[in-house]
Design a protein. Structure first.
Length: 205
């Protein structure tokens, strides 16, 4: 399976996916890494592994339509079959979402549908979780649609929140879970084991 990764940051989930590919856990190849920022760790990781990279930012184009066409051209050229968001901080253009319906996946650092939506990313998520008094948090792999963090949930895993956890400590625990479950969710896509019906998705045994 050819995957296209979208990333905006340091690329720890990109590295986790690469590790899963290298060890034979994930039967896929990263065809291209797309980023809205040309100076981030994710780009450096991709280049170190001789993966094609593409810098595409809305600032480079006069409209969302033009950005969409540029993205779709890159994805078509690289024969991308699944789009994988790994710390991508921009909303995927509607035209791309519609072209790749049910073939775009994201990982969110909380247990959706809680603590999702616009503005819920990075430390903001973990601060909100701790402020709420929740005893557990975790990570969610979900499909991407037109609404932030509202696509069908594919996989989740929880972590316990201790009384002395700070947002930084919680973030580290959740990130470790992300690295565990994302490659296995992608493996299910690669093996054709994802069943999608309306707003529901699950992994078939």
């Amino acid at each position: 399976m050819n995957i296209a990764i979208f990333a905006s940051g340091r690329g720890s989930n990109v590295q986790a996916i690469l590790n899963a590919i290298d060890t034979g856990v994930l039967p896929a190849r990263i065809a291209v890494l797309i980023s809205n920022n040309s100076h981030v760790g994710a780009i450096e990781i991709a280049r170190a592994h001789k993966i094609q990279t593409s810098h595409l930012s809305q600032k480079m184009f006069p409209s969302e339509e033009a950005l969409s066409e540029a993205m779709l051209n890159v994805l078509s050229l690289q024969k991308a079959e699944l789009l994988v968001l790994a710390g991508y901080m921009k909303k995927i253009p509607l035209k791309v979402i519609r072209r790749y319906r049910n073939r775009i996946v994201n990982i969110h650092p909380a247990l959706l549908p809680l603590f999702g939506g616009a503005g819920m990313y990075g430390h903001f998520v973990h601060e909100a979780v701790i402020a709420s008094g929740m005893k557990v948090s975790g990570a969610t792999v979900h499909l991407v649609d037109e609404e932030y963090d509202r696509g069908p949930i594919v996989m989740q895993k929880t972590v316990n929140i201790e009384h002395n956890d700070t947002p930084e400590l919680l973030a580290a625990k959740v990130l470790q879970v992300e690295h565990e479950i994302y490659p296995f969710a992608l493996k299910a896509f690669a093996e054709g084991k994802i069943k999608i019906e309306g707003r529901k998705a699950w992994i078939m045994s």
